[in-house]
Design a binder for this molecule. Structure first.
Ligand SMILES: NC(=O)c1ccc[n+]([C@@H]2O[C@H](COP(=O)([O-])OP(=O)(O)OC[C@H]3O[C@@H](n4cnc5c(N)ncnc54)[C@H](O)[C@@H]3O)[C@@H](O)[C@H]2O)c1
Length: 254
C-alpha cells in the first residue's frame, strides 16, 4: 500500500475492558497496526499488556480502573499520559449485560447496567476528550455500542442493556458534533452476537435461538471486529464521525 492510511504507528491507544473478550483481542490488532496500548479494566490486565508488548513489539501498560468512577478514570488518564508520554486514541469498550425481565429488576439492577455501559463510556470519553483539548491534541474515539441499540433481542429480556447501548449510540453522535472543532472524531461499533465470556455463559437455549436467527448461521468472533475499530481509529476514516458501524452477520437487516 503506497499510503498506509490504516497505520496507527506512533499513536497511544487506551482500550477499556481489555482484560478479556473483545477488548483483549482488538487491543492485539490495534498493537499490530502499530499503536502502543494502555488497558483500563477492573481486573488486573498486566499479563495481557505484557503479552501484547512481546508479540507486537509495542509499549503496553495496564491500569486498574473502574469506568463507573469518574475519579478513578481521571487518575488513570493522568497516570497513563505520564507513563506513555501522550494519549491519542480510545477504544471505549468495557461493558456488562444483565438478562432479567424489566418487571423483575430492582432499581440497583438498572443502575448497575446503565452505570457501566452508559455512564462509564461517558466518564472515559469525557476525561480523554478533556486531556486532548487541554493539550491541544487531536484524537479519535471508538465506543462499543451493540446491535441491541437498534433492535430488541429475544428470547432473553434485557431492557437495561438495550437502553444503555441506545444511549451509547446517541452519546457518540452528540460528542461527534460537539467535538468537531477540536479535531476529535467519535464513532461507535455495534456488534451482533460475538463469542466471548459474556455470551458463552448465557443459557444454551438462548444461544441456539440466536444462531437460528442470524443469516450467517453463527456468532461472530472478536477478531471480526478489529478491522472496523482500526478503520475508525485511523486516517482511513478522516471524514467519518458520529457513525455507528453495525457488524452482526446480517442479523438486524432481516
Ligand atoms: N459479546 C457480545 O456478543 C457483544 C455484542 C455486542 C456488544 N458487546 C459489547 O462489547 C463489549 C465487550 O464485551 P465482551 O463480550 O468482550 O465482554 P467480556 O465480559 O468478555 O469483557 C468485558 C470486560 O470489561 C471489563 N469491565 C466490566 N465492568 C467494568 C468496569 N466497571 N470498569 C472497567 N472494566 C470493566 C471486564 O472486567 C472485562 O474485562 C461490551 O461493551 C459489550 O456490551 C458484546
Amino acid at each position: 500500500m503506497k499510503h498506509d492510511i490504516f497505520s496507527l504507528k506512533g499513536k497511544v491507544c487506551i482500550v477499556t475492558g481489555g482484560y478479556q473478550g473483545i477488548g483483549e483481542v482488538v487491543a492485539g490488532y490495534i498493537a499490530d497496526a502499530g499503536a502502543d496500548i494502555v488497558i483500563f479494566d477492573l481486573a488486573d490486565a498486566s499479563e495481557v499488556a505484557q503479552k501484547i508488548s512481546e508479540e507486537h513489539g509495542v509499549r503496553a501498560a495496564a491500569f486498574k480502573c473502574d469506568v463507573t468512577d469518574p475519579e478513578s478514570v481521571k487518575k488513570c488518564i493522568e497516570q497513563a499520559a505520564e507513563k506513555m508520554g501522550t494519549l491519542d486514541l480510545l477504544f471505549n469498550n468495557a461493558g456488562i449485560c444483565l438478562h432479567k425481565p424489566a418487571l423483575e429488576c430492582v432499581p440497583t439492577d438498572w443502575y448497575k447496567v446503565i452505570d457501566v455501559n452508559l455512564n462509564g463510556v461517558y466518564h472515559v470519553a469525557h476525561a480523554f476528550g478533556k486531556y486532548l483539548v487541554d493539550h491541544n491534541k487531536k484524537g479519535n474515539i471508538v465506543n462499543t455500542a451493540s446491535m441491541s441499540a437498534t433492535i430488541v433481542n429475544i428470547p432473553q429480556r434485557q431492557a437495561s442493556y438495550n437502553a444503555s447501548k441506545a444511549g451509547v449510540v446517541h452519546l457518540t453522535k452528540s460528542l461527534a458534533v460537539e467535538w468537531v472543532d477540536y479535531g476529535i472524531r467519535v464513532n461507535c461499533i455495534s456488534p451482533g452476537y460475538i463469542r466471548t465470556a459474556l455470551t458463552e455463559k448465557t443459557n444454551p437455549e438462548y444461544q441456539k435461538a440466536w444462531i437460528e436467527s442470524i443469516p450467517y448461521g453463527r456468532m461472530g468472533t472478536p477478531e471480526e471486529l478489529a478491522g472496523a475499530v482500526i478503520y475508525l481509529l485511523s486516517d482511513a476514516s478522516t471524514y467519518t464521525s458520529g457513525s455507528d458501524l453495525i457488524i452482526d452477520g446480517c442479523f438486524t437487516i432481516v
